[in-house]
Write a protein that binds this ligand. Sequence first.
Ligand code: HEM
Length: 444
Amino acid sequence: MLFLPIGIGSAVGLLFASIFAYIVAYLAYNAWLNPLRKYPGPLFMRATRLGYLHRAFRGTLPFDMLDLHKKYGPVVRIAPNELAFADPAAWNDIQGHRTKGQLEFEKAQLFYRPIESMEIDIISADRTEHGLLRRTLSHGFSDKSLREQQPMIKAYIDKLIQRLHENCDDGSKTVDIMAWYNFTTFDIIGDLAFGEPFGCLDSSDYHPWVRIIFQMARAGVVLQALGYYPSLKNFLLSLVPESVREQNKQHEELTNEKLLRRMELGAERPDLIEGLLRKKDEWGLTMSRLSSNAGKLIIGGSETTATLLSGVTYYLAMNPAALEKVTNEVRSTFKTEDEIDFNSVNNLTYMLACLNEALRMYPPVPVGLPRVAPKGGANVCGHYVPEGTVVGIHQWALYHNDKFFKDPFNFHPERFLGDSAFESDVREAFQPFHVGPRNCIGKK
Ligand code: HEM
């Protein structure tokens, strides 16, 4: 038999043709044959995740989602295996409490723990571990604990006001109010989770621990994206410079040192970590598991709250009539600052409406946090969602959709005060703290 040797050129050509054929087949399968094929969405997003990633990197995903829902409807396929829902009923269907025998949607680990070696915490834990952590941590969020924490929290707020007076009273300086809100919330929740503040309000600057958290948040978006391409991720991770690894190590050490100092104060402190410290020996909790949970409390509570405060400040500054109303309400409700506390602020109905309206217009969690459909699939808003499908509800897009909120791009606190002009609003759509067993533990 005669064998004809293939030239190198032909072999390379064949290789490229095979790769090309594979890619075309992969894209065509995703777009037209995949079990999610009946759900509408842009062709590029249905065929590959690159469309989603591009929007996430560009920072426009939350806003693009509104256009996508307007064009394709309440269910949009935004990646080969991912659906976005813009329907108030989706909150309960995806995140609500399950009845007996019904399986929960799990958290998408690619998103919550983009590096497998990352420690598990209350936000990323599976159902069983989450239940234990949640019950234990909830002591620190009870009404009783909040009452006990109040003097400490008030002291930081007094300090913020004092520091703003120092910086603003002569009218010559501009302050970055977003930074000051972050200084305050990181100091408060730092004290509640680590037993000591970060000293941001004193130094008028971010503590290195906080600065690294902000840097890691940016790196997190890249890591989450790379999670879809594991080989590329491992390759790129191997290129991470030693200095960055060292910085991460220092951050871990700093967290452990803080936690050790908190542990020396004993468990009897009405803060957020107390419950977990009590269970430390019984559950054999390691330092790194404790630290990761303390860290998540700080990250979950600080930046979100500072974002909301920044949003409401911006909208009040842009809406002088609302600012005047809220100012009058505060000044007519209280005669002295001492009268302001966690209970009495509930009398500020207009201010609370402003905060709700800011949560609607400027939600601190603007994108859909991904959940994965359980074994056997599930029904969401009457649609069958196959097992393993990623689903999410994108808050910014939902709250700016005029199907659910009248005049959604303008600031109308009145919509939260029963004003009949807004009776067409679908209030159940508004869930800034999510719903169900994994909703925000710090909501109160
Ligand atoms: C305006 C302020 C806040 C907003 C908008 C907010 C929003 C949220 C949302 C949407 C979730 C669900 C996350 C998910 O589904 O993965 C969540 C969870 C969580 N939040 Fe908040 N949050 C706020 C303030 C706080 C505060 C002050 C704390 C603590 C001091 C806190 C601690 C947590 C924790 C620990 C979780 C995880 C709960 C669990 O998985 O059981 N948050 N938050």
